[in-house]
Design a protein around this ligand. Structure first.
Ligand SMILES: [Zn+2]
Length: 415
């Protein structure tokens, strides 16, 4: 063997050794490159039609999602993965077992010294939704399965190890989707009411120290009572002065399995003259004003607006969007009519499209009602009065009744 060949073999050996060493240090979590962020939390929530995975990181990181088909020969199931640059988990975090019929589990590992890979092992899959939020930085991945065994692709046939895969093997639809009709067939019975903010988050603070969180809660509780009197079932995301993270808030809402979601808020503006009522539904096509309101309600700085818009660019509102719009168009005019009748005048700011996190984390038809400006003298006086709050609750309830009737008529026509 020539010297040159020897050197080549030698260097290859060294390269292999270096790779092994790199892997070993990675596996032991020893050598951490500088300047990386950490994974601070991983959570999953299982709902009737989807599973949500949230990975919280100490710095912003974005990656595209890839889908891998099942490879029964290699003993690998269908999975999704996202690479997160600039994030360190070292030896990894313990795999999370989900096993809810949709997701098998969630794993995180160091894929390269500067990239962490999130792997989601799937049991069933039809589509997903991925977006990135800030404050705190996190990835939110919603994985949807075939609904009631009708939509989407059939579940993959993954055989236990050691057995030959049989492509005809049928996998029973898990019981989690039983008893839950799809959106277009469901009558409106249960209303999830979300009093915005709470606890450490006062929301907008206006004239005479009027705090939005207090106004929202009073109106929401009153609304719940009036809805129950009309035969609705209700659920409140909070019933006291409680701090709720966005995920906790929406986890409660989704867990309640409501048919519609109504978030109650009050507005604020730098311009003291701004006043009136506006109702939002989720849509990526929004105007500049809606973006400002959404930034405030989402708790993000105006400087993070670009990030919000990027998130929205990835967002597909889907079928739920048209129901949300119909819901807004049923509630808003009723609310304006009611306030006009009781108070003589009201500024109708209209039904608008806006990028609100709380709305796009919801799988129900959803609206967000801005009941007035705490920063405007006349609106603040109204919002502080019991009479005005009663009028708000009464007419939002009437609007919801109207939506329920519209949906019932439509269902009767379609059947
Ligand atoms: Zn608010």
């Amino acid at each position: 063997m020539s010297r040159r060949a020897l050197a080549r073999v030698g260097s290859r050996r060294i390269a292999t050794l270096a790779a092994l060493l790199a892997f070993a240090t990675l596996a032991m979590g020893a050598k951490r490159p500088p300047g990386l962020g950490d994974v601070s939390d991983v959570r999953t929530w299982s709902y009737p039609t989807f599973t949500r995975v949230v990975v919280e990181t100490t710095r912003a990181s974005r990656g595209a999602l890839r889908h891998l088909a099942a490879n029964p020969a290699a003993g690998r199931g269908e999975r999704l993965y996202v690479d997160l640059p600039g994030i360190w988990v070292g030896a990894g975090v313990d795999p999370i077992r989900v096993r809810d019929g949709l997701l098998d589990g969630v794993r995180l590992g160091q894929n390269t010294p500067r990239t962490t890979r999130l792997v989601v092992d799937l049991s069933r899959y039809s589509r997903h939704r991925l977006f990135f939020l800030s404050a705190p930085h996190r990835l939110v991945l919603d994985v949807y399965g075939p609904r009631d065994g009708k939509a989407g692709r059939p579940p993959p046939a993954v055989s236990p190890p050691g057995r030959k895969p049989s492509p005809r093997r049928s996998v029973p639809v898990p019981s989690m989707s039983v008893g839950r009709l799809p959106l277009e067939l469901r009558p409106v019975q249960k209303v999830v009411i979300d009093p915005g903010h709470g606890g450490k988050d006062p929301g907008a603070v206006g004239l005479n120290g009027l705090r939005e969180k207090d106004v929202n809660l009073v109106v929401a509780k009153d609304l719940a009572e009036r809805l129950r009197a009309r035969g609705f079932d209700t659920f409140l995301t909070r019933t006291g002065d409680e701090t709720l993270s966005l995920e906790e808030r929406t986890a409660r809402a989704e867990g309640a399995q409501g048919d519609v979601f109504v978030s109650i808020h009050a507005n604020a503006a730098r311009r003291r003259g701004a006043h009136g009522i506006e109702t939002y539904f989720l849509d990526a096509n929004h105007e500049r004003h809606a973006l400002r309101v959404a930034a405030r309600e989402n708790g993000i700085a105006p400087s993070a607006l670009d990030d919000l818009q990027r998130t929205l660019a990835d967002l597909r509102v889907g079928e739920v969007g048209s129901y949300s719009q119909a819901l807004a168009r049923a509630v808003h005019p009723e609310l304006i009519r009611g306030v006009k009748a009781s108070h003589g005048s009201v500024r109708d700011l209209g039904v608008k499209r806006g990028p609100f996190y709380v709305l796009f984390l919801s799988s129900m038809p959803s609206i967000l009602v801005e009941t007035g400006f705490v920063t405007n003298r006349s609106d603040a006086r109204r919002l502080g009065s019991r009479f005005y709050r009663n009028v708000l609750a009464e007419h939002i309830a009437r609007g919801l009744s109207r939506y329920r009737s519209e949906r019932a008529l439509q269902l009767a026509r379609d059947s």
